[in-house]
Design a protein around this ligand. Structure first.
Ligand code: BGP
Length: 459
């Protein structure tokens, strides 16, 4: 077999609570930021589908786990909903805790290793009303919630993730208006980013100080920044994009400190957030045991082409322009470039420059609009997704054969799921979700992935 992986390699899938659970008010679940966003700004959601239109995993997990077992995945990442487990942000809802425990027991019994994310974009509304990530009270409340999760589920979970893609709620919520609270304010973005890192570090330190069983990490969406040319201005632009969107979380998570070049740049423009030496010490002593990498597409960067108006507010894009790679292969329906080599470049960078930290690909997949176009005899024939996954897995295999410490691959997602403002616009699943009947229909990729897992590789 051309691409054979080692025996204990994870072949799994990833999802998140708000995107699959539904039943938004059951067991006294409190409204989360995304429940609130939908209740108040419904028009922004694709075809007005909200979190309740998800596939109802909260009540269907037993059947869905059977499907996972049938495909043969050996690991599965999902998240706990803080608003469901602790509706007031502090007090455990025993009924919800019991359901999460039962879900974990079912995964274990099916031979599927649970990987649990504590924060995948969705926070209890009451915490957002206290200031969200701008508030240190919320940072401490999050650390308390994490401690409760370790106590409640630690005997069933060996792999913990603090945050999924922490940069995304910062970009979306405080810079580019696609996540709650839909602001455009760099000072808030910088403070929320720092406080998110602090929350992560407090949880990691607790986990290590208490010798909690298992390992803890973070999931980052790393987007390699490729300069348009070797011209120093293009290279500099790519370096700055990399600082803002990758290294701002990668370096503190792995090295315990912020990149000096980012600190210098923010200081120069008077945009440093408020930090205390004590908080920097907390970050300094927190190191993750493993890293999850979500990879979808690279960032193509060139030097800024137009002058910035002196009155425009500070933004990362002051320093670079993005461009579309001529002749690129593209996921036309998502508008994203397909560049499997990016996953190899990330893994190689981690091997060479970050101590070859244990890493797994925590999300990779292809979102397609109007996927029913490819329906044949009741099944979506998604050869494009098979090609996408195969190409990325070949690059992972190459990186591993050169010494990368990559120990797994999670495809996004198992069943089509609800995706924030995009709702069901881009279908990613190995199974199609029929929204009107809630039926789960295997796509060709589900069978292909099952075969690959059985053979531990592919040709
Ligand atoms: C990642 C998130 C997922 C999911 C995915 C696809 O950034 O971790 O939660 O949303 O992107 O997003 P979309 O449906 O917008 O293509």
């Amino acid at each position: 077999m051309k691409y054979r992986f080692k025996d204990n390699f994870w072949f799994g899938c990833a999802e998140s609570a708000a995107q699959i659970e539904g039943f938004s008010a059951e067991n006294s679940k409190a409204p989360s930021t995304w429940d609130h966003a939908f209740a108040t700004q419904r028009h922004r959601f694709f075809h007005q589908h909200g979190p309740d239109d998800s596939r109802g995993f909260w009540q269907n997990y037993q059947a869905d786990i059977k499907l996972m077992q049938k495909v043969g995945i050996n690991s599965y990442r999902t998240s706990v909903s803080w608003a469901r487990l602790m509706p007031d942000g502090y007090t455990i809802n025993e009924a919800s805790a019991a359901v999460y425990r039962d879900m974990l027991v079912h995964l274990k019994e099916a031979g599927i290793e649970p990987v649990i994310t504590l924060m995948h974009f969705d926070m209890p509304l009451i915490m957002q009303q206290k200031g969200g990530w701008l508030s240190e009270e919320v940072v401490d409340a999050f650390a308390g919630y994490a401690r409760q999760c370790f106590a409640l589920f630690g005997d069933l979970v060996n792999n913990w993730i603090t945050f999924n893609e922490p940069i995304v709620p910062i970009e979306g919520g405080y810079l580019y208006d696609f996540h709650y609270p839909f602001q455009r304010n760099f000072a808030n973005a910088a403070q929320a980013a720092f406080n998110t890192q602090l929350a992560h570090s407090k949880v990691v330190n607790y986990f290590h100080d208490r010798n909690c069983a298992g390992r803890i990490g973070i999931v980052l969406n790393l987007t390699p920044s490729y300069p348009r040319s070797t011209h120093p201005a293009d290279v500099h632009a790519a370096t700055i994009a990399d600082l803002f969107f990758n290294k701002s979380f990668l370096e503190p998570a792995l090295n315990g400190r912020y990149p000096q070049a980012l600190v210098d740049l923010l200081r120069q423009y008077g945009e440093l957030p408020d930090v205390t030496p004590q908080n920097l010490d907390i970050i300094a002593r927190s190191r993750v045991d493993m890293l999850g990498v979500n990879y979808y597409q690279p960032r193509r960067v060139q030097a800024k082409q137009t002058a910035i108006s002196p009155s425009s507010p500070f933004m990362p894009d002051w320093f670079f322009d993005s461009y579309e790679m001529p002749g690129r292969t593209m996921n036309t329906s998502r508008g994203w470039e397909i560049h499997p080599q990016g996953i190899y470049d990330i893994l190689t960078d981690l091997r060479l420059n970050y101590g070859n930290i244990p890493v797994f690909i925590s999300e990779n997949g292809m979102g397609v609009e109007n996927e029913e176009r490819w329906m044949e005899n009741g099944e979506v024939n998604d050869q494009y997704r098979i090609d996408f996954m195969r190409q990325h897995l070949a690059c992972i295999h190459q990186a591993v054969s050169e010494g990368s410490n990559c120990f797994g691959y999670h495809c996004w997602t198992f069943i089509d799921n609800w995706s924030w403002l995009n709702a069901y616009k881009n279908r990613y699943g190995l199974f199609r979700l029929d929204l009107s009947t809630q039926r789960r229909l295997p796509k060709a990729s589900a069978k292909w992935y099952g075969e690959l897992i059985k053979n531990n590789g592919f040709n």
